[in-house]
Design a protein around this ligand. Structure first.
Ligand SMILES: CC[C@H](C(=O)O)C(=O)SCCNC(=O)CCNC(=O)[C@H](O)C(C)(C)COP(=O)(O)OP(=O)(O)OC[C@H]1O[C@@H](n2cnc3c(N)ncnc32)[C@H](O)[C@@H]1OP(=O)(O)O
Ligand SMILES: [Co+2]
Length: 134
């Protein structure tokens, strides 16, 4: 079922500072900061030869990463995103296997304009998984 690793997301307390650090210290090319209001985050993407890094910043009072940052004030790896050929078939199969699909279970459009879903970290070795339609 799993396709490419689309990105690894890092939640950060200050997304501008994190992007600057990646540029200045790691020589990374960073995208501009983008607001993603329907997801309650700001994003910066760093293109790598084989995948991407997604820096995540809090956007709004209801941001889903706020409690993560409360527990991890310096930031930390927040989720991994795998591509799937058919996100609805993947969702239905995962549900049949007892995995929790977060939200109302309907895919939403993610940062790349593709449908995404999230799976509960407690069902996957303590790792939040995002699925993105390939
Ligand atoms: C623009 C979209 C972009 C893209 O397209 O790439 C994105 O990636 S948007 C990313 C931000 N959106 C989301 O993360 C949506 C899915 N996340 C959620 O629904 C919540 O964050 C959830 C349910 C994973 C956690 O919610 P919350 O933090 O409020 O719950 P708890 O604090 O009660 O946590 C429950 C339990 O899970 C552990 N936890 C929480 N977050 C993570 C995590 N990122 N990785 C691993 N584990 C996590 C938390 O520690 C609790 O564990 P416990 O042992 O019970 O204390
Ligand atoms: Co993501």
């Amino acid at each position: 079922m799993l396709g490419r690793l689309n990105h690894v997301a890092i939640a950060v307390p200050d997304i501008e500072a994190a992007a600057r650090h990646y540029r200045d210290v790691l020589g990374a090319r960073t995208s501009p900061v983008e607001d993603q209001p329907e997801h309650g985050v700001q994003t910066v993407f760093i293109e790598l030869p084989n995948t991407k890094i997604e820096l995540l910043g809090v956007l709004g009072d209801a941001s889903p990463i706020r409690s993560f940052l409360d527990k991890n004030p310096s930031g930390g790896i927040h989720h991994v995103c795998y591509e799937v050929e058919d996100i609805l078939a993947a969702r239905d199969r995962l549900r049949q296997q007892g995995a929790r699909v977060l939200g109302d279970g309907e895919p939403r459009i993610g940062a790349h304009g593709k449908p995404v879903l999230f799976l509960h970290p407690k069902d996957f070795q303590g790792t939040l998984i995002e699925l993105e339609q390939a």
